[in-house]
Write a protein that binds this ligand. Structure first.
Ligand code: AHR
Length: 328
């Protein structure tokens, strides 16, 4: 009897609340939620983790979404499996951060045939039929590379020869292709620049540390090193650790280490002078992806390609205010 009275009271209280129009339930009805199937590359770098956090912050139930998030752990095959699962689950949108550019035609066609729009984020895909991609939001990686090579041109304007070690990111990814092409173009244009070694750092600190350590172990027979061009921050941390371990100085009168991303830790490295330049790559893409989805929800066609604004930092640009305001 007591239980019945309690239940009756609860129903009455809720009715009064709603009739008075005071409050809506906090969580939206399951049917109202927009379902997003998201396939992320992995967690290889600080940038990647900030990018994932940005997505998770935006695509919440409170904002009207149900996010099905899959971490591909650096394997493109895992991305294909995830996308096929999203198709079976009949999600409303598929968001993919592709590991590499090639190989997407078949799986994206399956998504298109199922009527699910695909939004490509961060890197790009190379597909024969461009209609397989509804929209792309990310960085202009070639432009980022140009910021680095322009800085090098100024810094080494009077140098006889500039010896460069190039640490590449994940082969075949747009970030690697853009940043590598910018360096290659600049090397062709500046006849006194020489790439003395090119190694694969796979965007990670651990791999870069290993390959650099191996390379530097022949220190006595190596030419002078002027620049280490690392294709992300984490590679730069590994390179600096290896260089310093072999007695090199990184900074003004030593080796100029360049990185991409400009995450908080890189800005601190830069402030200390260990990074000569860090080129920004903005991972906070969640709000932009959401605006693409909102556009499509309202029946409009989103911009096909949207690049984020980015800058670059030298040690003299790093202020305490900048560090305090850095969100990633
Ligand atoms: O595609 C963006 C790149 O991927 C970032 O520069 C890097 O840190 C990440 O892993």
């Amino acid at each position: 009897m007591k239980r019945k009275i309690a239940a009756l009271l609860t129903v009455l209280l809720y009715s009064v609340f709603f009739l008075a129009g005071c409050s809506k339930p906090e969580t939206k009805e399951e049917d109202d939620l927009i379902v997003i199937g998201m396939s992320q590359v992995g967690a290889e770098s600080d940038w990647r983790q900030a990018d994932t956090a940005s997505m998770k912050e935006v695509f919440t139930e409170a904002n009207g979404y149900r996010l099905l998030f899959e971490d591909a752990r650096q394997e493109q095959e895992n991305q294909f499996v995830a996308i096929r699962r999203f198709i079976q689950q009949k999600v409303d949108y598929i968001v993919v951060m592709p590991i590499t550019e090639d190989g997407w035609d078949a799986v994206l066609k399956e998504a298109k045939d199922a009527g699910i729009p695909v939004i490509v984020v961060d890197r790009m895909v190379k597909v024969k039929d461009e209609s397989l991609v509804a929209a792309h939001v990310g960085s202009d990686f070639y432009a980022e590379g140009r910021k680095a090579t322009n800085w090098m041109k100024e810094k080494y304007a009077n140098a006889e020869q500039v010896n460069i070690i190039h640490i590449q990111g994940t082969k075949g990814s747009t970030a690697q292709i853009g940043r590598t092409t910018a360096l290659d173009d600049a090397v062709k244009a500046n006849l006194n620049w020489k790439v003395i070694a090119r190694m694969d750092g796979d965007f990670t600190e651990a791999k870069t540390y290993e390959v650099m350590k191996e390379y530097l172990s022949n220190r006595d027979s190596l030419p002078k090193i002027d620049v280490v061009y690392c294709e992300n921050d984490n590679e730069a941390y590994g390179a600096i650790k290896a260089l310093e371990g072999f007695g090199y100085t990184c900074g003004k009168d030593g080796v100029s280490v360049i990185s991409f991303d400009a995450t908080y830790n890189a800005l601190v490295y830069c402030q200390k002078g260990k990074l000569a330049l860090t080129v920004e790559c903005n991972p906070l893409l969640g709000p932009l992806v959401e605006s693409v989805i909102r556009t499509m929800q309202s029946g409009k066609t989103p911009e096909k390609n949207r690049y984020v604004e980015e800058t670059a930092f030298c040690p003299e640009d790093i202020t305490e205010e900048l560090l305090a305001s850095r969100k990633y």
